[in-house]
Ligand binder design. Structure first.
Ligand code: LFR
Length: 483
């Protein structure tokens, strides 16, 4: 057995993480080596990510891993949030900071695109939830805005791999979220490219999860630990990785991947895209094992984070646990929020946005200001739980599954109050998976391919990946209790 270490990079809209898996007495132990904050900012006429900051943070993380892993690093894999992309020049260098998917330019672009291809047809071709954040609407918006569009582009995790020496690819679980991939063939969909007047030759080659894309090269490769390190595209979509990190088998379980967004659904062998599914705008994204993540994007911790930002600006720093504890003491709020109201997906002024919605609904506005933060938090948690339950009921309906268990993973899974509300609202048995489930799934895919078990990630034997996930979830806990 090759006992060199593995590195998993997980890019999040709120924080990026670099983790190391080492073998200690034959057992895997995972350590979160470096975590740094991430956020989009308004610059250059748009809401954009600070690419240089992200790349520098990741490089710092890799250097720390190299110091720790005296045994050497066998492979590195990168997953991250979907849909955003980097345009590159012929040398693979970024042409600009990438837009954040929340940038408002796609509000109009989405409507314009439907003049070229009907939304129903887009759904039929791709099976993907119509969301203005999808890469398709963003690339189309670039075109409408007259931005230079003749360059190749890559989604962010794949871009990071390419910067470290990997080939330019589009890993398929991540690519499905572009809304430009054919639902059945899982190839770039010519009809969609044509409708949006986009050049399919500028889209990278599609590869399945668990593809070796090259060897680490450049400065970092001079470090002893990185002398012979391969680069792997895991499930580059963080949600697909998070789901691969759930150690569940059987047909009676659903997932809630809880972070900035809440992804609420279940894993299917085959996509479901009938008229009722389309009418309710569920998605069929690529999952590990050639399977399908059948879910809906529901708003998530974004609501709380955005409120916290306002209260911090007022000079009151609530910690999340403190806020959760205070919210839990309050009586059930009067009237719930429509958490998926388009207005609540936008940045800034969240308490005001929430109150504006309440007033529109004929409810009493909450008293604004940091001192009343628990009332906002209580409203948000109760509303999220109710929404999860409503979506899960529809998941059961559309898939015909008899759901009994709900696995909650991601940072939001640490919120016991929300978990309790979710359990009560759904009536499902709730299991708390790993907070860093994307990292677990990322490592699980690496291990499967490194151990010569490609079939586990491409289809034939997908349940085995959850075997790895089970072992690795334990590895994480050990790391945590050992500090
Ligand atoms: C979660 C996630 C969701 C995707 C959203 C935007 O981090 O990747 O799956 O819909 O972010 O990329």
């Amino acid at each position: 057995l090759d006992t060199r270490a593995l590195v998993a990079v997980d890019l999040g809209a709120e924080s990026c993480r670099v983790s190391l898996l080492r073998w200690v007495a034959g057992r895997p132990v995972i350590t979160l080596v470096h975590r740094f904050a991430n956020a989009p900012r308004e610059t250059d006429g748009g809401l954009r990510w600070d690419l240089r900051m992200i790349e520098a943070g990741l490089e710092h993380g890799l250097r720390l891993c190299a110091e720790m892993a005296v045994e050497g690093v066998r492979s590195i894999a990168v997953d991250g949030w979907a849909v955003d992309y980097v345009r590159v020049d012929g040398d693979g260098m970024a042409l600009a900071d990438p837009f954040c998917y929340r940038d408002e330019r796609t509000i109009e672009a989405e409507q314009m695109l439907y003049g070229e291809i009907a939304p129903e047809r887009l759904r039929e071709c791709t099976g993907v939830q119509l969301l203005r954040i999808n890469t398709l609407y963003q690339l189309y918006a670039d075109r409408l805005q007259g931005l230079p569009v003749g360059s190749q582009w890559m989604n962010l995790p794949e871009y990071v791999l390419s910067r470290w020496g990997g080939a330019r690819v589009a890993e398929v679980t991540n690519a499905t979220h572009t809304q430009m991939v054919d639902l059945n063939g899982r190839r770039w969909c010519d009809e969609v490219f044509l409708a949006a007047d986009l050049d399919v030759a500028l889209a990278p080659k599609l590869v399945p999860p668990g593809t070796e894309v090259g060897r680490l090269s450049g400065e970092l490769a001079r470090l002893a630990a990185f002398r012979d390190t391969v680069l792997i595209a895991p499930a580059c979509h963080d949600t697909a990785s998070a789901i691969a990190g759930i150690p569940a088998v059987g047909d009676d379980w659903a997932y809630l991947s809880s972070g900035t967004w809440s992804l609420v659904g279940t894993v299917l062998e085959e996509p479901r895209n009938d008229a009722a599914v389309a009418a309710e705008n569920f998605t069929n994204l690529g999952a590990v094992g050639g399977r399908v993540c059948f879910h809906k994007n529901v708003n998530g911790m974004w609501l709380i984070r955005q409120c916290l930002k306002e209260w911090t600006a007022e000079g009151r720093e609530w910690s999340v646990p403190e806020l959760v504890a205070a919210a839990e003491k309050l009586a059930k709020p009067e009237g719930l929020l429509d958490v998926d109201d388009a207005d609540l997906l936008l940045a800034g002024g969240m308490p005001q946005r929430i109150n504006a919605q309440r007033v529109r609904m004929g409810l009493k506005a909450l008293e604004e200001g940091a001192e009343n933060a628990p009332a906002f938090a209580s409203l948000i948690f109760h509303s999220l739980a109710a929404r999860y339950a409503a979506v899960l009921a529809r998941v059961a309906f559309h898939t015909g599954k008899k759901l009994k268990r709900l696995f909650v993973v991601g940072g939001g899974s640490q919120n016991d109050f929300l978990n309790r509300l979710t359990q009560e609202a759904t009536g499902l048995e709730l299991f708390r998976g790993a907070a860093e489930s994307s990292t677990v799934g990322n490592f699980a895919v690496q291990l499967a391919v490194l151990e010569g078990r490609r079939d586990e990630v491409t289809g034939a034997d997908a349940e085995q990946v959850s075997g790895w996930a089970g072992r690795l979830a334990l590895a994480l806990e050990q790391a945590a209790t050992k500090g």
